[in-house]
Design a binder for this molecule. Structure first.
Ligand SMILES: [Zn+2]
Length: 431
């Protein structure tokens, strides 16, 4: 087994660097999905793409039609097969790869997210991807969270399963999920039923905390349930000098909403968050602002606490609109659920990783913050009696996630792959 990881190490680096150069935003991962699919096809997996992989109507925060069309053309120019483009058209990206050994055993699922971020990558000589000439080739889009590494690990896991299938039992499902950023894609994949009869579900992230390479965490806690909303206020514009009384000021409605959102009383049951991350309003100096737009999010330690924050936020936004006699429209563009890892997997993972060449230390639990839409998948698995966890794979982080100079140590790739391989050997090997 260690031999397998050692042999594939150079391939992991080459996959990672190639994915890093072609980052794509959520629901526009056409080239990425196609490249993954071609590798998985070679390995003998059954592929499920387009509306076989995700439920189109369960997606949140779908990009504008003109952005989708422009990126679809780029994907065709980049060589994506026409039959694939037809299935993925309109933002049906991501894929599910399945392999059934034909022998009775557990159904084990793994999730790897594949999307990038709207960030312009650093061109500082000290930034390794730039220095080593594998930085993003799409200006303004960057793999600044490590999902290029996640996909790479996913291909490594697939290669292991494919080459060892005669000594394995049960079924394997690999979920290459689109649009993790903003909590938009996992819900659509879950809605398709892929997690319904899964016995064990493993997901995780490179980094998050700065830990030495070789250290992993078997479970995490602290991810928050969250809701992401876009808000449009529509008032009436008017001449600010001649007839201000005829105007209905959307900018003031948005401002009143923004300041009062931060006045939501904190909930005594646990952690809460509120953020107004973006506001655009008005059109010119001498015009009563007729339009305003806001992007906000709420978070809570539990579903109930986030529901409380969301209900209060909606009430305040509507009240602010009413106060200024403007109308408002709220759109849900992302959501994540509360998630709790199964504690019994700590021992299982610890035990599986004993004697590892790359895994040096297994921490039982890591404290994290932020939010993860893998929560939808984990909760579905657990509802049906399966076990699920979200792990961390240690790397030193010189810059935080979502920073233009974000990077991880590529040595974490074989560590993560060995972890998954050991887990598979621990539970799916023929006795
Ligand atoms: Zn991420």
């Amino acid at each position: 087994m260690t031999d397998f990881v050692k042999k594939i190490e150079a391939q992991l680096v080459s996959w990672r660097q190639s994915f890093h150069q072609y980052p794509e935003l959520g629901f526009m991962e056409y080239v990425t999905t196609y490249r993954l699919g071609k590798e998985l096809e070679k390995l003998g997996f059954s592929l499920h793409i387009g509306d076989d992989a995700i439920d189109p109507d369960a997606r949140l925060g779908i990009p504008e039609a003109e952005d989708l069309i422009a990126h679809e053309q780029e994907a065709i120019d980049a060589g994506v097969d026409e039959s694939w483009m037809k299935k993925m058209q309109g933002g049906l990206t991501g894929l599910v790869a399945t392999l059934d050994t034909g022998r009775t055993g557990d159904h084990v699922a793994f999730r790897f997210d594949i999307d990038a971020l709207p960030i312009k990558e650093s061109t500082d000589e000290s930034h390794l991807p730039f220095h080593d000439a594998f930085a993003s080739k799409s200006t303004g889009v960057m793999h600044a969270c490590g999902h290029d590494g996640h996909m790479t690990i996913g291909l490594g896991v697939a290669a292991y399963i494919a080459s060892h299938q005669t000594s394995l039992k049960g079924r394997f499902t690999l979920l290459f999920q689109p649009a993790e950023e903003g909590g938009r894609g996992a819900k659509a994949m879950t809605a398709k039923g892929w997690l319904d009869d899964v016995d064990y579900f493993y997901s995780g992230h490179i980094g998050i905390q700065s830990l030495p390479v070789g250290t992993i965490a078997a479970t995490t806690e602290g991810f928050l349930a969250s809701s992401k909303l876009n808000v449009s206020f529509t008032g009436v514009s008017s001449h600010a000098g001649m007839r201000p009384e005829l105007g209905r000021n959307a900018l003031l409605a948005a401002s009143a909403a923004a300041t009062n959102l931060y006045a939501i009383p904190r909930h005594s049951d646990g952690i809460t968050r509120i953020n107004v991350g973006k506001m655009i309003a008005g059109s010119g100096r001498n015009i009563i602002p007729g339009e305003a737009y806001m992007e906000i999010e709420t978070r809570g330690e539990t579903q109930e606490i986030n529901d409380y924050m969301l209900t209060e936020a909606k009430r305040i936004i509507q009240a602010a609109a009413a106060m200024h006699q403007v109308s408002c429209e709220l759109t849900s563009v992302g959501v994540t659920e509360e998630m709790v890892c199964n504690e019994e997997l700590i021992q299982k993972i610890k035990h599986a990783c004993i004697g590892g060449e790359y895994v040096k230390e297994v921490l039982p639990k890591a404290q994290v913050s932020g939010s993860e839409d893998a929560s939808f998948m984990m909760n579905r698995v657990q509802e049906n009696g399966g076990k699920a966890t979200y792990m961390l794979f240690g790397t030193e982080l010189k810059y935080p996630h979502h920073h233009p100079a974000f990077d991880f140590q590529e040595d974490v790739l074989p560590v993560a792959l060995e972890t998954f391989v050991k887990i598979i050997e621990g539970g799916s090997k023929i006795d």
